[in-house]
Ligand binder design. Structure first.
Ligand SMILES: Cc1ncc(COP(=O)(O)O)c(C=O)c1O
Length: 379
């Protein structure tokens, strides 16, 4: 049976991974600067992760949300301790889109309203409300288009004010560092004014931390670079280091009711074990310090390469902008230098989203390869 052909694939077949490297079916080693799209947070096959998942699956891999599952509480407590987000409540699900879908649903339940404000170049997932809040017409089917969403330019403070004062908006959803859109960031005034406008207009402020969160920006959540208090924080990607898990942190002003949200798989024992192993490792290996140190080194080296026109992002959510499209450069880096990098909606941007425990020597290897690739491709 053929696979439904929705992904343009590189001709490489990784079969194993260790740390910041993956290995293909012919035994070639690749440096993973893409982290499977910002998913690999603590590195491939980290021993803590392998041990936690192995022990859990040998004990109890799954049971439904109809019973007590102390692992969910442990995960909630650990997220609270590491993020410093006190007093939020945790709901667990399976993916980023599902986290945002539940976030928008809760915002609508809480306010009784239904219009969402989102921003240009934003990406929030592929389920109904999440995709409608995504600025990409190609992935919005007619069934999704019935959602009421207003997309405004990033930094359009006046636009947000005008829309929220109309009184029918339930949520403003924002990525504090845009991922697939190309690593743009709103200004401090923009984020902090949205926070205030939401509070005076009974609108839920949803921080989509699915890509920029979980220590990748150099703080636990990217919104923590600003003085804001989101009502709902959505998480996924790096949360499980590849194990499918997502979640939302919900401010206690949003009251829970039985049956309001639910999922079969979300928060299962195996997912919680993976999630706990990730957080324990972020803590034990002081990975946020590593993110900041490596990021500083990355910026310093990138600045010395004249073909790089702009360095974007924060922490280990980084982008290098050129004055040419980077598709061929990415292929050259994969096939000739054995390095994975990421692309973006901005075709001139090379994205770097490595595991959070990457070392300086790997960054140096990347820049040496990049310099050679730039010369051989006559850029
Ligand atoms: C910012 C952001 N939100 C939501 C999503 C959707 O996550 P998922 O693919 O797990 O549904 C993504 C995925 O790339 C993302 O980057």
């Amino acid at each position: 049976m053929p696979l439904f052909d929705v992904y343009p694939l590189y001709k490489v077949t990784p079969v194993s991974g260790k740390g910041v490297h993956v290995y293909d079916d012919k035994g070639a080693e690749y440096l993973d600067l893409y982290g499977g799209h910002a998913v690999i947070s603590i590195g491939h096959a980290h021993p803590n992760y392998v041990k936690a998942i192995t022990q859990q699956v040998e004990t109890l891999g799954f049971y439904s949300n109809a019973i007590q599952n102390p692992l969910q509480r442990q995960l909630a407590d650990k997220i609270e301790a590491l993020s410093g987000c006190k007093n939020y409540e945790l709901f667990l699900c399976n993916s980023g889109a599902e986290a945002n879908e539940n976030a928008l649903k809760l915002a609508s339940f809480k306010t009784g309203k239904k219009r969402v404000v989102a921003f240009s170049n934003g990406f929030h997932g592929r389920t109904s409300a999440a995709v409608a809040a995504t600025d990409n017409k190609n992935i919005i089917a007619p069934i999704n288009a019935q959602q009421e969403v207003t997309i405004l330019p990033l930094n359009d403070i006046e636009g947000v004010k005008t829309e929220l004062e109309k009184g029918d908006v339930c949520a403003v959803i924002v990525e504090f560092i845009q991922g697939i859109g190309g690593l743009d960031q709103g200004s401090t005034a923009f984020f902090e004014t949205i926070d205030k406008l939401c509070k005076v207009n009974d609108v839920m402020f949803v921080a989509d931390e699915i890509q920029c969160g979980y220590a990748r920006s150099g703080k636990f959540f990217a919104f923590q670079h600003y003085n804001v208090t989101p009502d709902i924080i959505s998480m996924a990607k790096g949360m499980g280091n590849g194990f499918p898990i997502g979640g939302i942190l919900i401010h206690p002003s949003i009251e829970s009711k039985y049956g309001m949200l639910g999922t079969t798989f979300g928060g299962n024992h195996l997912a919680c074990a993976a999630g706990l192993a990730v957080l324990n490792t972020i803590e034990e290996e002081v990975l946020m310090d590593n993110v900041n140190a490596i990021s500083e080194h990355f910026f310093a080296v990138a600045k010395t390469i004249p073909q790089i026109k702009n360095i974007k992002g924060r922490g280990l959510m980084l982008g290098l902008e050129f004055d040419f499209e980077v598709g061929d450069l990415r292929k050259d880096l994969i096939y000739n230098h054995k390095m994975f990098t990421g692309g973006a909606a901005n075709k001139k941007l090379l994205r770097i989203l490595p595991p959070l425990n990457i070392e300086k020597e790997h960054i140096d290897q990347f820049f040496e390869a990049l310099k050679v690739a730039l010369i051989t491709n006559n850029y």
